[in-house]
Design a protein. Structure first.
Length: 347
């Protein structure tokens, strides 16, 4: 069959459409090139491309899940144990690890179950309580007999600390804690991802739970201006650098979609407010004033329920990623608490 020829107005429309499509592709390619140049020119990129590496240990949690652990800094020193957040890895603590070890602190950091180089959870067990058991396993394996550490947790890592305190002997292994950018319940009710009027709360909850926390869709492996902009909006404050956003973006896309979704659903259903009174050690709570995922209201609620609150800090112009955005504040808090009740085993 002979195809009709395109003449007159029809031909002009096809030609204009083709030109428009080509222009759109060229504009997209140019925007991508500018995006990659901004990342490449960022002074932070060199360090974040090669973050600190520690002495590797492999530890089994109570249910048999293997955890990847790394130890940094001098062995005979006060110890800080760091638990990262949802969709992150222990590399998330790069700045804090660098700065703590420079100040003579021994650091133990580990990949949460299902993240980084740790194994997927045995039996798909991603309930928040299991993350508390993981912290207990790390503390028991990595602390010398009689020693106590400062524990620091970001987001899910801080939730892990609360879950751990609910079931385990806090005073045995820990002398202080820092809780960063976290909540212990009602996460969907307070998040600010999609600000909507009160009448639309039910819609907001459904979108946040199934469309964000519980979404199993694989993420694009290549950073684009669109993906970077979305991550900056959701997770960072205005001062985060392009390389810092890209650093977290790489972790996010590497997190297995099923793990990401299963943990997201578990967090949406979590209520650990009752665990906070069991965290009976001096505790600093740090929040970002523009954190859309766990707004400062969560930090204030946590602070009110802690039996030994050292202080609550709300950082202006900081989003959900305080250890990347303001590592100096995090490091100072951990060092301050490490100086409390010096470890007798080091004398």
């Amino acid at each position: 069959m002979k195809l009709p020829s395109l003449t007159g107005n029809d031909g002009n429309r096809w030609a204009l459409a083709a030109v428009g499509a080509a222009a759109a592709v060229a504009a997209s390619a140019a925007a991508e090139a500018r995006h990659m140049r901004r990342i490449a020119r960022d002074p932070e990129k060199q360090f974040l491309d090669d973050p600190p590496r520690g002495r590797v240990r492999s530890i089994r949690s109570a249910d048999g899940t293997r955890l990847h652990v790394e130890v940094f800094g001098p062995e005979n020193a006060e110890t800080v144990v760091l638990a990262h957040g949802w969709t992150e890895t222990l590399r998330f603590w790069a700045y804090v690890i660098r700065d703590l070890t420079a100040r003579g602190i021994r650091v133990v950091a580990y990949d949460l179950r299902g993240h980084g180089e740790s194994d997927p959870a045995q039996g798909g067990a991603y309930a928040i309580e299991r993350f508390g058991d993981d912290l207990e396993a790390v503390l028991a394996a990595c602390l010398p007999e009689g020693a106590r550490a400062v524990v620091g947790g970001h987001s899910l890592g801080a939730m892990s600390i609360a879950a751990w305190a609910d079931k385990h002997d806090v005073q045995r292994h820990v002398k202080a804690a820092v809780l960063l950018n976290t909540g212990v319940g009602d996460l969907i009710a307070d998040q600010l991802l999609i600000p909507l009027p009160g009448i639309a709360k039910a819609v907001n909850q459904t979108i946040a739970t199934r469309g964000f926390l519980g979404n199993k869709t694989p993420l694009p492996r290549v950073s684009t201006p669109l993906s970077s902009g979305a991550i900056r909006y959701v997770a960072f404050g205005p001062s985060a650098s392009p390389a810092q956003v890209a650093f977290y973006e790489r972790m996010l896309v590497m997190c297995p979609p099923g793990v990401r979704a299963d943990i997201g659903i578990a967090m949406s259903e979590m209520d650990l407010h009752h665990a906070l009174p069991h965290l009976t050690v001096p505790t600093i709570v740090i929040a970002g004033a523009v954190d859309r995922l766990t707004p400062p209201a969560h930090a204030r609620r946590i602070a009110e329920m802690l039996p030994e609150l050292a202080r609550l800090v709300v950082l202006q112009d900081v989003g959900h990623m305080t250890p990347l955005e303001r590592p100096d504040v995090v490091t100072d808090a951990l060092v301050e608490l490490a100086a409390l009740a010096p470890d007798r085993s080091l004398a």
